[in-house]
Design a protein around this ligand. Structure first.
Ligand code: MIC
Ligand code: SF4
Length: 641
């Protein structure tokens, strides 16, 4: 039988297991990336493994999230990352060099290779034909040490593109069109391969916008073939030698095929507060705009910002709008300044921000109270911007620029044609902001600031658990609900005790105290619990607060893995209707946990109602062993593979 692109790459990297969908496979990982907000924990975890040097082909530590430095914490973390990278054989991308996914695409990604990154948007590399997964920091630490990455083998979906995009309709609109079809849960358990004649007209940065936003579908990852377009991109980056062709076999089988005719698409927007709440931009023309932010790992390439500059050229931003632009990388900023596009952006009244995540993760630029913010980013979860009552819409750079000029949400297809500056045949490829590791790491001292606190200890599971439901939440709870980010909290990513006071702040500010008082607790959640970020803090902090089990209707992939790694038992309702039967404050009794994990079902008694609630756990043998040890770190220390 023919194979899909992902199946070919998985087969070439298979360490153990089989590629049957639903079974567990262990994959050899060629490259890893970390960013600073998740990287500190990943390297602390790596250090506990006692391995002198990383064993991957390439490991790189980026600094792009916590660059505001309002106190000593971030700067200390940067120093820690730089020193730990130098010691253990990891390249270090300095703050200001750009957003991890953008820089990795430009300078390091290679078709056919495997990549895991401690950031959920690592699938951006799929735009280049990489098999790239977002993962928790512990999984990245294990991969750096030469260990395999374990995945539940996904189903295969194909999106078949025909036709071509009309002017001012973009890759972002393609992503939003798919989110409208599939929703934020629709990609769970699947790898999405993009193909069909329509892909020939999409550049690598456009493909990367699409694979980046595949994360919002809950997909395991997304991937494009590696073709002439890929080769041209790599040539322009001075890396043609990294090109290998990759395509699926003509008789490859897919579990689902979705057809999209690009020529029928129009500009779309994701309305508050979910990326799948999609509407046509033309239907939103009554919405007045306060802020426009252009950038993030989704839409900050030279191509994106050159088009924005062409729309803004010779015009000025509406008086009621604050327009902020964060280029994705130093390369992007350099190219904009070379072509003159930067001058056009500045002349329009745009505010230029650092090449970093910035407003996307609430690091500055929070909107005004009740403000409407148009963002070219990938997430508009409640409160993520830093202003809880802000209304955040996700749009393309073209829609963002058109709206910045009028002060209202504006369909860019109503604009006159533009002539953006031509894209360079050869990009400026100055890697001086990427520091190579020390040749002899034993001479390097790791520098730790006072904000780096010891890692919380999880406990092995007993056979019975008797604990209170300390919080019950609904569907699509994101990791931004569980462990919010933003300028006030992000500096404490290496300080779990400090972060604990903000856990579930958006849902219930009393949760941390209640959980502490209960000593051991259970969380009850709806469908798609833990969607969004890969931050393992969303598992480690609840673990620190005594949470032993999460009983939900269903889980997002990376978060379920992070719960297991943290020693928290993820259970699903055998009958989703039982979700309604359990109330916050009830006591649940789980018995026969050891045998139950092996059998895939654990009986749960609601002590308050006397009712049995059958619960399921689909855990591989390795995951059962991890939970019995009380988490991945304990398991690895005990010699587990
Ligand atoms: C995000 O976009 O939510 C983040 C911030 O990049 C996270 C990582 C983190 O929480 O540090 C992600 O996507 O994984
Ligand atoms: Fe950074 Fe935003 Fe991309 Fe996350 S989604 S990596 S915060 S730019």
């Amino acid at each position: 039988m023919g194979k899909t692109i992902a199946q070919k790459i998985m087969e070439a990297h298979l360490v153990s297991g089989t590629l049957t969908p639903g079974s567990e496979a262990a994959l050899r990982i060629d490259q890893t990336l970390t960013q600073d907000a998740t990287g500190t924990l990943a390297y602390l975890e790596f250090e506990t493994m006692g391995i002198p040097r990383v064993k991957t082909e390439l490991s790189i530590a980026y600094v792009d999230h916590n660059t505001l430095q309002c106190g000593f914490e971030n700067a200390d973390d940067h120093r820690y990352l730089q020193s730990v990278a130098a010691k253990y054989g990891v390249y270090f991308s300095r703050p200001g060099n750009g957003i991890c996914h953008q820089v990795h695409l430009e300078r390091f990604g290679k078709p056919g290779k495997t990549l895991i990154g401690s950031d959920s948007h690592t699938p951006t590399g799929g735009g280049l034909g990489m098999l790239a997964f977002g993962a928790g920091g512990m999984d990245v630490a294990v991969a750096m040490g030469g260990g395999a990455y374990y995945i539940t083998v996904p189903k295969m979906y194909k999106v078949h593109l025909t036709g071509a995009l009309r002017p001012f309709v973009t890759a972002k609109d393609v992503s939003l069109a798919l989110l409208r079809i599939l929703s934020v849960k629709g990609g769970v358990g699947a790898i999405i391969e993009w193909g069909g004649p329509g892909i020939a007209g999409l550049t690598v940065p456009e493909r990367a916008t699409i694979t980046n936003m595949g994360t919002e579908l809950g997909a395991t990852t997304s991937i494009f073939p590696s073709d002439d377009v890929t080769r041209r991109f790599l040539r322009a980056q001075g890396r043609e030698a990294d090109f290998v062709p990759l395509e699926s076999d003509p008789d490859a089988r897919y579990d689902r095929v979705i057809e999209i005719d690009l020529s029928t698409l129009e500009p779309l927007a994701a309305c508050p507060h979910s990326p799948d709440n999609v509407a046509e931009v033309r239907t939103l023309s009554h919405v007045r705009v306060d802020q426009v932010c252009i950038g993030s790992c989704t839409n900050s390439s030279v191509q994106d910002l050159t088009k924005v500059a062409a729309i803004l050229k010779g015009k000025t931003v509406a008086p009621g709008v604050s327009l902020a632009i964060s280029p994705g990388s130093r390369q992007v900023l350099t190219e904009l300044s070379r072509s003159g596009a930067l001058a056009d952006l500045l002349a329009s009244g745009a505010r230029l921000l650092e090449c970093a995540c910035g407003p996307c993760i609430g690091m500055g630029l929070s909107p005004n109270s009740g403000g409407v913010s148009l963002r070219t980013f990938n997430r508009n979860f409640l409160g993520r911007s830093g202003t809880k009552d802000a209304q955040v819409y996700l749009v393309s750079p073209e829609t963002a620029a058109a709206s910045a000029l009028t002060g209202w949400i504006t369909d860019p297809t109503t604009l006159p044609p533009i002539c953006p500056a031509a894209l360079p045949e050869r990009f400026c490829t100055d890697d001086s902001a990427v520091l190579p590791p020390a040749e002899d790491g034993s001479q390097v001292t790791v520098l730790r600031g006072p904000n780096i606190r010891p890692f919380p200890q999880s406990r092995p599971f007993a056979d019975t658990l008797n604990a209170q439901v300390v919080l019950k939440v609904g569907d699509n709870i994101t990791t931004d609900h569980i462990m919010p980010a933003g300028a006030k909290i992000l500096p404490y990513r290496s300080n779990i005790p400090h972060m604990a006071q903000f856990c579930f702040q958006v849902c219930d500010p009393d949760f941390p105290q209640r959980a502490r008082d209960a000593e051991e607790g259970i969380l009850v959640g709806g469908a798609n619990y833990g969607q969004g970020s890969s931050r393992e803090h969303a598992a480690l902090v609840p673990m620190y607060l005594g949470i032993r089990c999460v009983l939900a209707v269903s889980f997002a992939r990376i978060h379920a893995a992070n719960l297991i790694n943290a020693g928290i038992l993820p259970l699903t309702f055998a009958d989703p209707a039982d979700y309604a039967k359990i109330a916050q404050g009830h006591t649940l009794r789980l018995t026969g946990i050891g045998d139950g994990m092996a059998a895939g079902k654990i009986p749960v008694l609601d002590v308050d109602t006397g009712e049995m609630i059958p619960a399921l756990c689909s855990l591989s043998q390795r995951q059962q062993r991890i939970l019995r040890s009380g988490g991945l770190l304990n398991y690895t220390r005990e010699g587990g593979q």
